[in-house]
Design a protein. Sequence first.
Length: 363
Amino acid sequence: MYKGNKGEWSELYVFFQLLSEGKLYSADEKLERNGNFVEVQSIKRNDFGKPKDYKIETSGNVNIVDSETGTILRSIPRAEIVDITRNLIRELKQGKGKAFGVSSSLEANINSFMIEKVSESYGLKGDINLYIYDPVNSILTDQKFSIKSLLGSNPTAFNANQTTNIFYELLTKDGEPLEENDIVKINEINTRYKYMDRVRFILDNYSLQYRDYQGEVFKLNLQLIDSSLPEIIASAVLNKYAFGITKFNEVIEKLNDANPCNYNLKHGHSFYEYRLINFMVESSLGMTSATVWSGEYDVIGGIIIVKGNEEVVSYHLIDFNKFKKYLLDNCRLDNPSGSKMGYGTAYIDEGKSYIKLNFQVKV
């Protein structure tokens, strides 16, 4: 039985949508189709331990071909794929829960394509492998794309875990560690927005300074992108809890005003915007918090987005300024579960007082 969440089912929807339409359209800065497209000639998948190419033929059929031998395993009219795509998106939008299945009839249709699992990527950023033709430049290329879905809740553009916890040292106004009774006062705050209220109480009565990240690999990954990025993100996350600033446009405006890295901003250089957006681009193209980042992209084609209206659009790497603008206009800081990530509680360690804060980014 096939099971997956809406994001994973969206990957399969993109697979069938591209086979049925044969084109991948580009998006503008507002996520609207701009009329440009590449022709999808085939899609590669690896199911049941066998790599297969799903080739779109001029006859109107899709041939499932054994990638190793070139043998045609099955030929399916594209009209059938259109029906599968239509039924899949209908059931996908009705699906509930973290993981759900589909009707037995749709499952049988999916199985006829020799597909064994909903999501093929196993956590990699490259969710689909396309062989595409660019009619403008007359170029054939084999490229991986990442898939983001807007069909369910807002997708997470950067995932949180305990490695993304950020340590801040708590100090009195005189620069001394907090006493146990101070720690108790902070942790007694148990309002609806307790983490924000705890940070605000700390800033009103004490002081707070960034110290480190729980995940050394994550911190080094950030420094690989830019040496100041750990401090920039730590400042942005603190502003999120202290002032409720979450939208990237506002996050960057606050960073420019406070200028925590003391950049020379008098000539108009966009230091904070450039570094934060580059962080999001690297995250979209392969960087995670727990794995050493080499700078080599799992994704070499770009990003495919399934919109809420079922439309499929893309941002290609050759025209990535539009994607950067989309990130700037749509990314926002969000806080993950405090109990799962182990943050938001003040504590004393070896005579010093701390609090950990965490973040994720949604679009």
